[in-house]
Design a protein around this ligand. Structure first.
Ligand code: THU
Length: 298
């Protein structure tokens, strides 16, 4: 795969070599027989936020954006569209141009640090994610998301660049449910969809999303939606809640912390955004919580 670098923020050669290997592996794993090219722009958070605002109306920085140039027939990806790729072949470029990818270098570095792994792993992960989009994959519907994740994992494990996670399968499953719950978010005012998935000690999981209102104060956060659904169905003990958003960590607001503390002061909180997961205890986020039975001042 020919990578045309556009460098606002330089990256060291070792990282770029690893990204090149990951890009080549995408082509092999997808089974594309036509030479392909993409552009990869390396910029800072302000620039990616500007591009995000201009193209998607979301004025927030993010880790990676991708802009495909080939439109594949519904349900098909590049590997099964050889004739289409041949038609799109650019003689001057000597390749079929699949599209543009933008990566925020500081965002990539911050995520590598949060995850506790190397920058080349994180950069390869972001590039492969972007290339999958350029090859026709997406992650809006659950079925498509599973296909895209499988493709990403196949490529990344071939180039030894998977994102190692210390989270159990059940935690990751709960995060997936929180991400999925974001689809129902009603957030026309903030344009900040949030999803939550609350795991009860009896094994049930309740999901929730944020529901906004033109009278802003009437907004209900994703976490409280999930808690109220659970309590109204008889569940009052929770051990884990996953909260998901895009672009930034969805720290629970004070009201949600207090509502969670009412039922499960020892709950674990998984905060997920854009493939990054942080774990906190509620007691860390809400210290010195009110306790009417406290013997402290007797
Ligand atoms: N929000 C949540 O749903 N949960 C959080 O953890 C933080 C904030 C929502 C409320 C509002 O709809 C939007 O995010 C912006 O604050």
């Amino acid at each position: 795969m020919k990578l045309e670098w556009i460098t606002d923020i330089p990256l060291n050669d070792a990282v770029k070599e690893k990204m090149q290997a990951a890009a080549d592996q995408c082509i092999r794993t997808e089974g594309i027989s036509v030479p392909c090219a993409i552009s990869v722009r390396l910029c800072d958070d302000d620039e990616i936020a500007r591009i995000n605002a201009f193209n998607r109306g979301i004025n927030r920085s993010t880790d990676v954006l991708s802009f495909p140039t080939v439109s594949y027939p519904a349900g098909l990806t590049a590997g099964s569209c050889t004739a289409l790729l041949r038609r799109e072949y650019d003689d001057d470029l000597d390749a079929c141009f699949l599209g543009d990818i933008v990566i925020s270098v500081p965002h990539m570095k911050m995520q590598a640090h949060e995850y506790g792994h190397s920058e080349d792993r994180e950069a390869s992960f972001l590039l492969v994610h972007g290339i999958c989009h350029l090859m026709g994959y997406d992650h809006i519907e659950e079925e498509d998301r599973v296909k895209m994740r499988a493709m990403e994992e196949k490529v990344l494990s071939s180039v030894n660049a998977t994102r190692e996670s210390s989270f159990s399968e059940s935690d990751i499953e709960l995060v997936r449910k929180a991400v999925d719950a974001m689809r129902f978010s009603y957030s026309p005012y903030s344009r900040f969809p949030v999803g939550a998935a609350l795991h009860c000690t009896d094994g049930r999981v309740f999901t929730g999303c944020n529901i906004e209102n033109v009278s802003f104060g009437m907004t209900n956060c994703a976490e409280r939606t999930a808690v109220f659904k659970a309590v109204s169905e008889g569940a009052r003990e929770f051990d884990v809640i996953a909260i998901a958003a895009y672009g930034q960590t969805p720290w629970p607001c004070g009201a949600c912390r207090q509502v969670l503390a009412e039922f499960s002061p020892d709950i674990r909180i998984l905060l997920a955004h854009d493939n990054v997961i942080l774990e906190k205890q509620l007691s860390e986020l809400l210290p010195h919580s009110i306790d009417l039975n406290s013997k402290e001042n007797e």
